[in-house]
Design a protein. Structure first.
Length: 405
């Protein structure tokens, strides 16, 4: 009996949020594969998605540097963050990972209220990159713990948000209902000559039934009442941006693609500083930033394995596994998805080209335990998955009927 053993496997995961970086996820899956097929060629391609780890990945792949910075964290306390000064063909480009300054992982679980958190530290990172002389700044959007419409980032860049008495507002999205006018006269001068690009999930919009307060507010700690108040605040903020922001009249602030990125950071920076909102993988997988041509690696593979922390109904809406599945489907290469957990709507990913999905969990366990054991769980899950794939190949070799398409 002759069975087909994959000779080349591409491992292209995102990171597991608040747990493992994409590089670590790729390494763990590759180790699990090699337990079953020791001599197989495994191409590891950690996929930057704009969220946690993006700046680190792009600094490494371009020969750039990771620049530390002490900034204001999402709950107002100082945090040690970073931004990347890229090297090679991308020299002159800075990458600001918003999660490094305002990510959900920086918000203590007992303080998770997206109406109170701020993107002020993101603006401080952008200012640091501007002061360094960067000619282009890419802002990676993802894993945010904020929903302030980018108000905090604009404040850090010199914008004043004033109430009806002319007093500056405190930070946080819940305060925006009291905003009366915006003063852009004190903006950082280098913004006028620097290209700002937001690498974002363009499915996310600022306002309406699919706006960020309603879709992502509960994930960030908002109660139903909080969601309603925050939605009203962001509607009011959108109106102010359209009226007062330098670029507000030229874009669809409420429903434009990507305006809801990172709790509305997309809307604030697009209207306030003229940032371009672009599909994140179009930006972050540019060959000048990466360790190879992803589409070429997909075409060369017998099997593609992708992964993210949770595969659920949101996965097809611009997440890393969806991007990988699209490229693999075009190349006719099968895809396996591995996840920390499988949530509601997880089977929807079969419609976008992911042939099978697997969770790293085999028994119920507390989240803290799963995070602590994440690498080992990933290795074991990859090993189990490969054994199942080889078993399926053996059944096929015995002449078993193929599955229905």
């Amino acid at each position: 009996m002759s069975i087909h053993i994959p000779q080349r496997i591409l491992v292209a995961p995102s990171g597991f949020k608040e747990s493992l970086g994409a590089e670590t996820v790729a390494e763990a899956i590759a180790a699990g594969i090699r337990r079953v097929i020791p001599g197989v060629q495994v191409d590891e391609y950690p996929v930057p998605d704009g969220g946690e780890g993006t700046a680190r990945v792009l600094a490494a792949t371009t020969g750039g540097t990771l620049e530390p910075a002490r900034v204001t964290g999402p709950v107002g306390a100082p945090v040690t963050a970073h931004w990347a000064a890229l090297g090679g063909a991308a020299r002159g480009t800075a990458v600001v990972e918003m999660a490094a300054a305002a990510g959900l992982s920086l918000v203590p679980r007992d303080q998770r209220d997206p109406g109170r958190t701020t993107t002020f530290g993101v603006g401080e990172l952008i200012a640091a990159a501007l002061d360094s002389g960067a000619t282009r700044i890419i802002v990676g959007c993802g894993d945010s713990g904020t929903s302030d419409g980018g108000a905090g980032a604009l404040q850090a860049l010199g914008v004043r948000i004033l109430d009806a008495q002319g007093e500056e507002l405190p930070r946080g999205g819940a305060e925006l209902t009291r905003a009366d006018r915006l003063d852009f006269s004190g903006m950082h001068p280098a913004l006028a000559t620097t290209e700002i690009v937001l690498a974002c999930n363009v499915h996310n919009i600022l306002c309406g039934p699919r706006g960020v307060a309603r879709v992502f507010g509960p994930q960030k700690g908002a109660s139903p009442e909080d969601v309603h108040r925050l939605s009203r605040s962001l509607e009011h903020w959108a109106a102010l941006l359209e009226r007062d922001a330098p670029f507000g009249a030229g874009i669809d602030v409420r429903g434009g693609a990507g305006t809801g990125a990172s709790g509305g950071l997309g809307a604030g920076l697009a209207a306030g500083v003229g940032a371009r909102l672009a599909p994140r993988f179009e930006v972050l997988l540019d060959p000048q930033f990466t360790r190879g041509d992803l589409s070429a690696l997909v075409r060369a593979a017998d099997l593609v394995i992708t992964a993210e922390g949770a595969i659920d109904g949101q996965t097809p809406r611009g997440k890393v596994p969806a991007e990988i599945a699209q490229r693999a489907r075009e190349a006719g290469v099968p895809v396996l998805g591995i996840a920390g957990s499988l949530g509601a709507g997880a089977p929807d990913v079969h419609d976008i080209g992911i042939g099978a999905i697997a969770s790293i969990l085999t028994v119920p366990m507390p989240l803290e335990q799963a995070v602590a054991q994440g690498e080992a769980l990933l290795r074991d899950a990859a090993e189990r998955s490969m054994r199942l794939i080889l078993l399926g190949s053996a059944l096929s070799a015995r002449g078993a009927l193929p599955l229905a398409a």
